[in-house]
Write a new protein. Structure first.
Length: 63
């Protein structure tokens, strides 16, 4: 599933995100969503979330 639509993302699901420091390389990190930080229903680069380990990134893929 795509990580650009907020309606696809709910707390507790497992996702792949790109962290701020990994934007140049595109390295993806796997984690579980704790909070959804983006308010809009759609974002072209991915919805910004906070993972349970407190890292923040944009969702690229939903597991």
């Amino acid at each position: 599933m795509d990580g650009r639509n907020r309606s696809n993302i709910v707390p507790g699901i497992e996702v792949y995100v790109v962290l701020k420091e990994d934007q140049r390389t595109g390295k993806q990190t796997k984690g579980i969503v704790k909070d959804i930080l983006t308010r809009s229903a759609y974002h072209p680069r991915g919805i910004k979330v906070r993972l349970e380990d407190r890292q923040i990134g944009r969702v690229q893929k939903i597991c």
